[in-house]
Ligand binder design. Structure first.
Ligand code: ADP
Ligand code: GN1
Ligand code: MG
Length: 363
């Protein structure tokens, strides 16, 4: 990854002097860099190479992000006490005015103003943080709920479509392209045992029992920035904002917020769902959303935690069997390890499911 960050950065419409750029963050898809500038009265920037193998139409993706962030900015500008520059992402155009820059090798780049004095956590440390995360994603849902115009472009078609994810999985097991099926017996069985149950949300959607909304679709806890006092600041990582069900957002947050271990935890005894964190996140989220969610949506929130943990585990194991073509991996069996940890978390949620349901009901 020997990119010339200074030269790439010079293609954007900024009035500052490049000081240095270095890799930043822990995402699995794009390449992120922090760009420091010389001037103390000017912002720093986040520079990202957008993975165009995964996001097939980057101009349309960027158009989505521009629409979403402009809409949120406008609403924040009308909200007393809000700070639009820190509470939503600010995309800076390239010199030609486009919201991205395409280099000679065909890579697509974008920059955002760096929101300073932020904290972003791969693992939640306290109910207070979980609560703030719930408020942030709940409010994000509210802020984009009245976005007008044509539907957002589907940046990854069928992204959380359980039928499609299962079909790809079973096909990969059958073809065994990387000759790894023998290494994943328990995980394959785990998927088989739950495959029908996990399509519930899809069925409710198809039958028109739950509404399609605009959702974020990647509500990992580290995709919300908190401020120095651990108060909610900004929802980031907007590549997958597109039509979806509320359960995709709530569920993925539960997957990442409540896990007492790491996403790829090797020591499975460390992986449990912490019910206190579940309660705190749910409280924050519902305070912001219960006025507009339907009863059926609310009834299925607890289930969505299991479902989204399952589907991400399913994608990790599918990628493992496929030979690691999608997620960035850092060692040979990384995707298998990630899948094991996610499936362990599913079992922990299964064990505590009744309690989760009760919490949602009383909130
Ligand atoms: P990925 O899709 O690879 O997860 P993100 O857009 O989430 O990429 O960015 C990776 C990390 O960079 C985030 O977890 C966050 O810490 C940081 N980051 C991204 N955008 C900003 C921003 N505008 N201001 C401050 N930090 C940011
Ligand atoms: C990827 O880019 P990042 O790391 O925020 C993935 C998500 C998964 C997540 C698992 C576009 O998100 O769907 O939930 O990894 N993003 C894409 O950690 O596939
Ligand atoms: Mg991210």
């Amino acid at each position: 990854m020997g990119y010339n960050i200074k030269s790439i950065f010079s293609n954007f419409s900024v009035s500052c002097t490049f000081k240095w750029g270095e890799p930043y963050g822990s995402g699995h898809i794009n390449d992120t860099f922090l760009v420091k500038t010389e001037e103390s009265n000017k912002p720093d920037y986040i520079l990202q190479r957008i993975n165009h193998h995964i996001f097939k139409n980057v101009p349309k993706l960027q158009d989505n992000i521009l629409r979403v962030t402009s809409h949120i900015r406008k609403k924040l500008e009308q909200t007393p006490g809000a700070n639009p520059d820190r509470e939503t992402l600010t995309l800076i155009p390239a010199l030609d005015g486009k919201p991205y820059f395409k280099d000679q090798e065909g890579n697509y780049w974008r920059i955002y103003i760096f929101i300073d004095k932020n904290r972003s956590y791969d693992r939640v440390e306290s109910p207070a943080q979980a609560y703030e995360g719930g408020k942030a994603f709940g409010r994000f849902q509210f802020l984009i709920s009245d976005l007008e115009g044509e539907p957002l472009y589907e940046t990854i078609p069928n992204f959380h479509n359980m039928d499609m994810r299962l079909e790809t999985f079973f096909q990969t097991v059958e073809n065994d392209p990387a000759k790894r099926v023998a290494l994943a017996g328990p995980e394959i069985k785990f998927v088989e045992e739950r495959s029908i149950e996990m399509t519930k949300i899809l069925r409710l959607g198809e039958e028109g029992i739950i509404p399609e909304r605009i959702t974020h679709n990647d509500t990992k806890f580290n995709n919300v920035l908190l401020d120095e006092n651990d108060k909610r600041l900004c929802v980031i990582d907007l590549d997958t904002v597109m039509p979806g069900y509320i359960h995709y957002d709530f569920g993925d947050s539960i997957r990442t917020t409540t896990n007492t271990g790491n996403e790829d935890e090797k020591d499975l005894s460390k992986v449990e769902m912490d019910i206190r964190l579940f309660e705190a996140y749910s409280k924050g989220f519902l305070e912001e959303t219960k006025s507009f969610l339907t009863p059926v949506e609310i009834e299925n929130l607890a289930f969505s935690g299991k479902m989204m943990t399952f589907i991400i585990g399913l994608r990790f194991i599918t990628d493992y069997l496929d030979g690691d073509n999608y997620f960035k991996t850092h060692h040979e069996h990384h995707n298998l390890q990630r899948a094991k940890a996610q499936f362990k978390l599913v079992t922990s949620m299964e064990r505590q499911f009744e309690e989760m349901q009760k919490i949602i009901a009383y909130l």
